[in-house]
Design a protein around this ligand. Structure first.
Ligand code: ADP
Length: 257
């Protein structure tokens, strides 16, 4: 398994936020994390990134206990894409993508030709070469997310964590980012993303983890959520979840009753 959480528990002071959280993902998997505000999604991401240490349980990256890994080893294994609203430095796009190479360089080493090629390749694979010399803080939210995805690709980590990757994006950019994530998944990355949009979990994920009151309320396939019971109790709303034939493909909708 590329990323595994084994019975992980975590408290801030005396307040338990995660209790016995277990899951495992492999290359080609995309796991969605659903949960109300304050349910521990960000805390779980911070634990997986090694910014926080579990009180109990273990996190394994490619079978290795994260505690025994250096910061550099962790950075080579896991790329993290924050929300598009997070502050960014006004660097040109190409430099921002090149920063993804940092874990592979020694402290005083400058990126070389090979690193530049990896950054350029990531831009062209995502079709955003034209943004190369723009400053990241002048881009739209959707463009910025694609630049952050390019940076993760240049990093060559096989695990990508995304914190609400489509939050505050317009509908077209939401679809573009989800489609791009799907392309990365099918090319072998292990993807994990948090979302407040149940349709993304139902439609785009290969597995879903639902967090509620510090515990796992559901862990399994998106199909297992189709009867609505888990999501209805999560959101305290009656929902209608249906698979729809668009004429071109099957899509899933989740709307309130
Ligand atoms: P989510 O991302 O699902 O909204 P979080 O992981 O941010 O949830 O937060 C889970 C709970 O932990 C919340 O009740 C939040 O108030 C609390 N919390 C988050 N960060 C801290 C912190 N640094 N210190 C104390 N409590 C925190």
């Amino acid at each position: 398994m590329l990323l595994e959480s084994r019975s992980v528990s975590f408290s801030y002071g005396r307040r338990k936020v995660l209790d016995g959280v277990s899951f495992a993902i492999e290359g080609g998997d995309m796991m969605a994390i659903l949960g109300r505000n304050g349910s521990g999604k960000t805390t779980l991401m911070r634990l997986l990134l090694g910014f926080l240490q579990p009180d109990d349980g273990d996190i394994l990256i490619d079978g290795r206990d994260e505690r025994g890994m250096s910061e550099r080893e962790k950075a080579k294994a896991i790329a993290y894409i924050p929300q598009s609203t997070e502050m960014v430095y006004p660097y040109p796009v190409i430099d921002t993508v090149l920063m993804g190479r940092a874990p592979s360089l020694s402290i005083f080493e400058r990126p070389g030709k090979g690193d530049e090629e990896k950054a350029e390749n990531a831009l062209s694979m995502l079709g955003i070469e034209h943004l190369r010399n723009r400053s990241v803080n002048e881009l739209s939210g959707g463009e910025r997310q694609l630049v952050m995805i390019a940076r993760a690709m240049a990093q060559e980590a096989r695990i990508i964590l995304l914190d609400e990757p489509t939050a505050s994006l317009d509908y077209s950019n939401q679809l573009l980012v989800m489609e791009t994530m799907e392309r990365l998944r099918t090319s072998g990355y292990a993807m994990l993303f948090s979302t407040h949009n149940p349709e993304q979990a139902l439609m785009n994920a290969t597995s879903v983890l639902v967090l509620s009151e510090s515990r796992i309320a559901y862990s399994g396939s998106p199909e297992g959520l189709m009867d609505g019971s888990v999501l209805e109790s999560l959101y305290s709303r009656r929902l209608c979840i249906k698979s729809i034939d668009t004429g071109e493909n099957e899509r899933i909708i989740c709307i309130p009753r």
